[in-house]
Design a protein around this ligand. Structure first.
Ligand SMILES: C[S@@+](CC[C@H](N)C(=O)[O-])C[C@H]1O[C@@H](n2cnc3c(N)ncnc32)[C@H](O)[C@@H]1O
Length: 459
């Protein structure tokens, strides 16, 4: 499937890799991270690229590449200033960007540093970046180039940084088209949205209330020395993010990883035991599981991606939610004639594919992978999926449109156009556009960007 269909995966969190092994050599980590970043620069998702990294290097490569993606506007601008030709090797090109960012951290005033930045001395960094070019045959010839560029940055740092001051991409670390789209849609909030996108997300869980209680999970966490704050009906946000595997109750299915914004979807459908429900774009199953935790449903979960559908099965199995009333089908929501038994659904969840512009703090590579030209075809695909699904809703039944986007074309404008096309659709109260926000007194977990529109079908 296209990258535009990426989603807030249940287990794609940066906290999923326990940092328990001895630290590898920095040069090896730099090279592994550069390979992953180089893959992003040629269109692959960072999550996929990191899966190709040697397991012992993956945690360090992940933390370096995540940091880099959050600062890649600055890295690209510096590279443009310092390089008069692009090296014909994407890994070396990425290594230069990554090393420049880390060298900038090393040379900056410690009091002004981003607390999450990986910090090394300038000497170590230059030495290890040069060393990294010696790690593979295809990068061997670039030792001199990396050394020269990093040393020039050390000498000319102040002048180079001053040239970045007017560069919006370098300042906000998002592509120019993305910044302009947010300026147009959110004239008051665009700066805050861009800044929030570069903050580390919290680790947010949803307790499986079919399997246990939130109090029991809190007690198990407390016994293991893990502090967590409750929110909403079943949410817990960890005070300090940890490796998922180190938390009590994962294997027992006591909880799932799910952003606070995503936890609003299932309750909006007011599910009751026995209802016929369709989860039309289900994988990897975060909201499917939540719906099954809320009521004993006759549920069909559908996703066009067969491999991702396998993850729905694994997740439901772990949570103890698979039973004879749950049907999992790998098919398109737009090919109902191949899978629908003709009985209308009381509720349909349409968590349609989108640019994922609301979840960039969890997937910082997304902003660099998307193009402005993705918006139109993605909105068209959403429209076609929604129109196909509408004919499957029972009279009095509900359709919930969800996206993890903050671009209006995939959100409010999509919902308004849907209302216009379908005169039997009555728009019901729903949260609408939720903008990404940091933790605050009302929302201790903060949230990613989501959009919700709820429609009921007049009889
Ligand atoms: C935003 S994700 C869904 C996230 C999921 N609901 C969850 O909470 O875990 C969108 C999903 O739509 C699927 N998809 C894309 N086109 C589809 C189609 N025509 N029919 C069904 N699923 C589709 C993608 O494979 C992707 O898994």
């Amino acid at each position: 499937m296209k990258e535009s269909e990426i989603l807030p995966a249940i287990d794609a969190s940066p906290y999923n890799h326990p940092m328990t092994q001895a630290a590898p050599a920095l040069s090896d980590s730099l090279l592994a991270a550069a390979r992953a970043i180089g893959a992003v620069e040629t269109g692959q998702s960072l999550t996929e690229a990191l899966l190709e990294v040697r397991p012992d290097l993956r945690p360090s490569a992940q933390s370096l590449s995540f940091y880099a993606m959050r600062h890649w506007g600055q890295a690209m601008a510096l590279r443009r200033l310092l390089l008069d030709r692009v090296p014909p090797n994407p890994t070396v090109f990425a290594l230069l960007g990554l090393s420049l960012l880390l060298l900038e951290v090393a040379l900056s005033d410690p009091a002004e540093r981003d607390a999450t930045a990986p910090t090394y001395t300038a000497h170590t960094l230059v030495d290890q970046a040069v060393q990294a070019t010696q790690g593979q045959r295809d990068t061997l010839n670039f030792k001199g180039l990396v050394n020269a560029i990093l040393r020039r940055f050390q000498r000319e740092r102040a002048a180079l940084l001053s040239q970045l001051e007017q560069d919006l991409e370098a300042q906000y670390n998002h592509p120019k088209w993305w910044i302009e789209a947010l300026q147009a849609a959110y004239p008051q909030d665009w700066k805050r949205l861009l800044e929030t996108a570069n903050v580390h997300p919290p680790l947010t869980l949803r307790v499986n209330l079919r399997a246990t209680t939130r109090e029991a999970v809190e007690q198990a966490f407390a016994a293991a020395g893990i502090a967590a704050t409750p929110f909403g009906v079943a949410g817990l946000v960890l005070d300090v993010p940890r490796a998922i595997a180190s938390l009590p109750g994962y294997a027992q299915g006591w909880w799932s990883v799910q952003d606070a914004g995503a936890q609003l979807a299932a309750p909006l459908l007011e599910l009751k035991d026995g209802m016929r429900v369709l989860d039309a774009c289900a994988a990897p199953g975060g909201k499917t599981a939540h719906m099954l935790e809320l009521a004993a449903l006759k549920l069909t979960a559908l996703d066009i991606d067969n491999a991702r559908m396998g993850r729905v099965e694994q997740n439901l199995e772990r949570l103890g939610l698979l039973n004879d009333d749950v049907e999992l089908i790998a098919e398109s929501a737009m090919r109902a004639h191949t899978w629908w038994d003709g009985k209308p659904f009381d509720a349909i969840l349409a968590d349609v594919p989108c640019t994922a512009s609301g979840i960039v703090r969890r997937h910082p590579d997304i902003r660099w992978l998307r193009r402005f030209t993705d918006l139109k075809p993605t909105a068209k695909l959403q429209r076609e999926i929604l129109d196909s699904l509408w004919s499957l809703v029972a009279p009095g039944g509900k359709l919930l449109l969800v996206t993890c986007s903050i671009f209006p074309q995939e959100c409010e404008l999509q919902a308004q156009a849907f209302s216009k096309r379908h005169t039997q659709a009555v728009r019901l109260p729903a949260p609408g556009q939720l903008l990404p926000c940091l933790a605050n007194a009302e929302q201790p977990a903060g949230q990613d960007g989501f959009f919700y529109a709820l429609f009921s079908r007049q009889g």
